[in-house]
Structures are given as structure tokens and as C-alpha cells.
Design a protein around this ligand. Structure first.
Ligand SMILES: [Zn+2]
Length: 420
């Protein structure tokens, strides 16, 4: 094994071990609180719901461990068994190294590598979610979702791959800048049209019925300077009893979406406060900031791929022949390896992103409190959502600090009460 292969292997193992350790820490922490609802949560959950939330947390943690170990083992096997160079050789021998063929190789490999994860996704939905009463997905919907996803990938992803590979041949050494710019433009376009074209493939959206409730929400939108043309209800209950609210699209395409499950679980002032929180994300420019980071990530990723594609040691570490040049076939192995390894490195940065995203949540909560002129509705809404979703009320601080994109219920209530 080359020195770099050993580093890559060490990073994969370090990640798996860290995840197992954090999970263990969390499980122990949760178990110590198992027998009694902690005093601060007495009004939030009754004894039996609390027990179920503990069980749900533990079951999900244990299952997560299995998935993590499996993923790490598969990544090691795929990277170090010589499977990829072998498949690349076979594929080029059969289909050539034209741009269409090379894009096909990346596409097919991506699909093939996603297949082993399917049984886990199935188990999570039909065993775990089912057991805790969340699953409402039928097998038919589940299979249809996967097929639709595949179709969208083929219609959007494959042509994009072809274009990116074309850019390598057209623009030479600066290809990565062009490629990153095209990918970003493409992502923005998808964000723009997704509410109109992609999301209706998966869910039904109906405008919120006329009446006092709708008026109340529109009044909030006007009051907070968030002009919206429509508030729609999404049939989230088609798949799960978990609830949510969000808004999508930009400019004229913007719309507020409430899950039907959210409306069923919360009172009108509570829904209004959740909406105020979502508007807070928009008004505080969180969406733009998050988007800027992901755009920067695309540029960094392509710069990294372009650089790695020039390194002989990188190709050799995983058994590929190294060619210096700007043909698609020279760069494709670097793209594939980068895609496989990116998460291994990105994992260590995820806590930073989460710290940032939790700050946004506090800001959006604070915005909602001002917009509502009171904090009680939002606190009530957060409590109910924790209860209905069987959220873990007592995660280990290190675990939530590492993984949570949202502060815990207690942290959010604290901030809302204290005026943080
Ligand atoms: Zn939020």
C-alpha cells in the first residue's frame, strides 16, 4: 500500500470509530435518564411518551452504528480491492473512452454503489419508523420514489456530467473553473424550478383553504415584509407522520409549504409561530449564506479534483494508471475517487457547519418571537413537535454538538426565555 492509501484508510477508520464512540456516549447518556422524565420536561412529555422517545433514540442509534460500519467496510472494499480500476478498464474496453461513455461510467458506477444501501433505507422506513408509528409509506410509494429519483438523475445528472466532461476537453487547464461555474448555475436553476417541476412528482400541493387561518398567515407574511403569493399544504402524511414546514423557490416562484401533519398537530397560533421562524430564516439571509457556502464548496471540490488528477501518487494509491492530459478519461478516475473520499474528509468539518446552522436557528427563533409579539406560541409549538416526533430530549452534549443542525429543545427554550 502506498503512503497515501494508508492515510486514506486511516481516515476512513478514524471516522467510523469516532461515529461509534459518539453513538455509544449518547446511548449511555440517554440510558441514565431513562427511568424518569427530567424535571424540566415534565410539562412536555408524559412518562410513556418519554419512554418511547428513549427507545426510539436507542434503536436509531444502534441501527446507525450498523449502517456506519457497513458503509466504512464497503468504502474500504471498493477503494482497495482494485474493483474500480477493473470496472474502469472493462467499461472503456466495451464502450470506449468518448465523453458519452465516460459520463456513462460515472453514472452507472454511482447507481451501482448506491444499491447496497437500499436494504438499509428500506429497513429504516418499514421496520424502525413503522414500529414507532411514523411510517405511512406504502411499498409501492417507496419503490416509485426510488424510480423517480433514478429517472431525474438520468434526465438531469447524466447530461450535466456530459457537459462537465466536454468542458475539460474544450477549456484545458482551467476546466475546473468552468465546470464549477456550470454546476453552480445548474444547481441554482434546479432550485428555481424544483417547486414547479420536481417536487410535484413526489407530493401533492394544495393551496391553503380560504378562511381565517389563511388570513392569519398572510397577515404575518405582510407584517414581516415577506410577500408570498401562495401558502400551500403538502401531503407529507403520504410518507410519514413526522411534520415540517419550509419555503422553496426564489422571487416569483417562492412559496410557503406546510406539511398537512404540521397543521394537524399544532394550533393556529403555533403554526403561525413556526411560519414566523421560517420567514426569519429568509429575512436574516440564512438561505443566501448557506447557499454561498455550498457554492464555494463546489469550486473547492473541482479545484481539488483538478489538482488530484495531476498527481500520480493519487491514482497509483487506488490502482489506476495515471495519464497527464485533458481528455475525459484522464480526469474521470480523479472525479470518482474524490466523490468517494469527500465525505471522509468532510465529516470532520460537519460540526463547524452545524455550529453555524444552530446559530441561524436561534436567530430565526428570536425573529419569530418579535414577529409574534410573544414567545409562548413558539415554545408550545417546539414542545409539541418534540413530543410528536419523539425527539431525544437528553442527547449527550458532545453528540448533539457534533451532529445536530438544530439546538435541542431545552437550548431553544432557554434562548427564547432569556432573550438571547
Ligand atoms: Zn429553522
Amino acid at each position: 500500500m502506498s503512503p497515501f492509501a494508508i492515510i486514506a484508510l486511516a481516515l476512513i477508520l478514524a471516522r467510523a470509530v469516532t461515529e461509534l464512540w459518539l453513538s455509544r456516549l449518547n446511548q449511555c447518556h440517554v440510558r441514565t435518564h431513562r427511568n424518569e422524565v427530567p424535571p424540566v420536561f415534565r410539562g412536555v412529555m408524559d412518562e410513556s411518551t418519554y419512554r418511547r422517545s428513549i427507545d426510539y433514540t436507542l434503536v436509531k442509534n444502534r441501527f446507525g452504528n450498523i449502517v456506519n460500519v457497513f458503509d466504512a467496510a464497503m468504502l474500504v472494499a471498493v477503494l482497495f480491492s482494485g474493483l474500480l480500476p477493473w470496472a474502469f478498464g472493462k467499461f472503456s474496453a466495451s464502450f470506449g473512452i468518448s465523453i458519452l461513455a465516460m459520463a456513462g461510467f460515472l453514472f452507472v458506477t454511482g447507481i451501482a454503489l448506491s444499491i447496497p444501501g437500499l436494504p438499509f433505507a428500506w429497513y429504516a422506513q418499514f421496520k424502525i419508523e413503522e414500529r414507532f408509528g411514523f411510517n405511512t409509506t406504502t411499498t409501492k410509494t417507496w419503490i416509485a420514489d426510488r424510480l423517480k429519483g433514478l429517472l431525474i438523475a438520468a434526465l438531469l445528472g447524466y447530461p450535466l456530467l456530459v457537459l462537465v466532461l466536454k468542458l475539460i476537453e474544450w477549456t484545458g487547464a482551467s476546466w475546473w473553473l468552468w465546470a464549477a461555474a456550470v454546476v453552480v448555475a445548474f444547481q441554482l436553476l434546479v432550485l428555481l424550478v424544483a417547486p414547479a417541476i420536481i417536487m410535484p412528482l413526489f407530493n401533492k400541493f394544495t393551496p391553503l383553504a380560504e378562511g381565517a387561518f389563511r388570513e392569519r398567515l398572510f397577515a404575518l407574511a405582510r407584517r414581516t415584509g415577506f410577500p408570498t403569493r401562495s401558502i400551500e399544504v403538502m401531503d407529507g402524511s403520504k410518507r410519514s407522520r413526522h411534520s415540517n414546514a419550509f419555503f422553496t423557490g426564489f422571487g416569483r416562484f417562492r412559496k410557503i409549504v406546510l406539511f398537512d401533519t404540521l397543521i394537524a398537530q399544532l394550533t393556529e397560533p403555533e403554526v403561525e409561530s413556526v411560519l414566523a421562524h421560517e420567514i426569519g430564516h429568509y429575512k436574516k439571509r440564512h438561505i443566501i449564506k448557506m447557499l454561498s457556502v455550498s457554492i464555494a464548496e463546489v469550486f473547492v471540490a473541482f479545484a481539488a479534483i483538478a489538482w488530484l488528477a495531476r498527481q500520480q501518487w493519487f491514482y497509483r494509491a487506488f490502482g489506476f494508471e495515471h495519464q497527464t492530459g485533458f481528455a475525459a478519461a484522464d480526469i474521470v478516475p480523479a472525479m470518482l475517487l474524490f466523490a468517494l473520499l469527500a465525505e471522509t474528509l468532510g465529516f470532520w468539518f460537519s460540526p463547524l457547519i452545524h455550529i453555524w446552522s444552530r446559530r441561524f436557528e436561534y436567530e430565526a427563533d428570536a425573529f419569530a418571537r418579535v414577529a409574534m409579539g410573544e414567545k409562548q406560541s413558539l415554545i408550545q409549538a417546539l414542545r409539541k413537535l418534540s413530543e410528536k416526533n419523539l425527539s431525544n430530549l437528553t442527547p449527550h452534549p458532545l453528540y448533539s454538538g457534533f451532529y445536530y443542525s438544530h439546538p435541542t429543545l431545552l437550548e431553544r427554550e432557554h434562548a427564547l426565555q432569556g432573550g438571547k
